[in-house]
Design a protein around this ligand. Structure first.
Ligand SMILES: [Zn+2]
Length: 139
């Protein structure tokens, strides 16, 4: 599924698109790794998301982030929250990419966290010094 994502690098292989540069930053080839993790914009979004979730990991790739989740001491619920948040973050990055492409507007990286907060309705509650994340996915 991930390999079938219609990023410019893939579209160019099928001669659907002539350009391969990243729509958002223009500084790299728009492929999955660049668009969602290496792009300066996506890196900032990920930093904001990590700060929002108090997620302290140096990982910046999907493989590293998933490995961090898998090997962490978080309970299964929090692991699920992190995975859902990564999926929602990727969706927001994709929406922003398309908005840049078609509307010539780019959201601030910090506003993606606001959109995620709205989509996922993540709330933190103190629980004996620990945080409990509650997630309600809006449909
Ligand atoms: Zn980029």
């Amino acid at each position: 599924m991930v390999g079938r994502f219609p990023v410019r690098e893939r579209l160019q292989k099928f001669q659907i698109c002539q350009e391969m540069d990243c729509v958002v930053c223009g500084a790299g080839v728009e492929n999955i790794q660049h668009l969602f993790f290496e792009c300066l914009y996506s890196s900032r979004v990920l930093q904001e998301v990590k700060k929002w979730l108090q997620w302290r990991t140096p990982a910046t790739s999907i493989r590293g982030l998933m490995s961090n989740i898998r090997h962490s001491k978080h309970n299964s619920f929090k692991k699920g929250v992190l995975i859902v948040t990564l999926a929602a973050m990727s969706y927001q990055i994709w929406l922003n990419r398309n908005e840049v492409l078609w509307q010539f507007r780019c959201k601030q990286a910090g506003s993606i966290v606001g959109a995620l907060n709205h989509e996922l309705n993540v709330k933190r509650r103190g629980n004996g010094g620990k945080f409990v994340l509650l997630v309600v996915i809006r449909v």
